[in-house]
Design a protein around this ligand. Structure first.
Ligand code: HEM
Length: 180
């Protein structure tokens, strides 16, 4: 994954738990202490960070991923990707429906990006089903946090539930989303 992801993890831990905690986590996970956003790092390093954070902060790995997902939306907004997010939609529904276009735009500057894929179905008033497909395993809880972050972005209350994991290739996770 691009270093931007590990950098977000580093920033989140440093801001909330201090530099010493971050240094300990990076050492235990066997990663660098700082990352170059546009450089590639093995996915295993990101997974190792999640595992060590979960041990050090006594949080379930799913809770770590969910917290990180929510932070990701704020973080990327502050790292210069706000305008791309603005172009993606003016409300939760449109934004979620256009996530693949958004990652395609990002790929123009990050050619090695392996983005996930999202699809909206059962699109009703204030309710929808979101499908998340990824070659990466285990990230389903992150999407719950991302949905919270997207809700905050639009000042909209979002309630999301992970309703199904389909053992397909790529992984296919299904969420029920209500927004008002
Ligand atoms: C403009 C802001 C954003 C940027 C710059 C961005 C960029 C990235 C990058 C660099 C990765 C790592 C993948 C790789 O390096 O190959 C990633 C992964 C991911 N992104 Fe985005 N992203 C943004 C916003 C979002 C939003 C708003 C969502 C969903 C609501 C989202 C969903 C995901 C998910 C679930 C992954 C995990 C990777 C996977 O499943 O394979 N991203 N994104």
């Amino acid at each position: 994954m691009y270093g931007l992801v590990n950098k977000a993890v580093c920033d989140f831990i440093t801001a909330n738990f201090g530099e010493e905690t971050w240094e300990k986590i990076a050492e235990k996970a066997g990663t660098d202490e700082s990352f170059i956003s546009m450089e590639q790092y093995p996915d295993d390093e990101t997974y190792a960070l999640v595992k060590v954070i979960s041990e050090e902060l006594k949080m379930e790995p799913a809770a770590v991923l969910e917290t990180f997902g929510e932070f990701w939306v704020t973080f990327t907004g502050q790292e210069g990707y706000g305008p791309i997010m603005k172009m993606t939609g003016n409300n939760v529904r449109d934004f979620l429906a256009n996530l693949d276009d958004m990652h395609s735009r990002i790929k123009a500057n990050m050619p090695e990006l392996q983005p996930p894929s999202f699809e909206v179905t059962d699109d009703k008033d204030g309710e929808l089903t979101l499908h998340y497909k990824s070659n990466r395993a285990g990230l389903a809880p992150m999407v719950l946090g991302l949905l919270k972050g997207v809700g905050k972005l639009f000042n909209t209350e979002v309630q999301a539930k992970h309703v199904e994991t389909r053992s397909e290739n790529p992984w296919h996770e299904v969420y029920h989303v209500k927004y008002s």
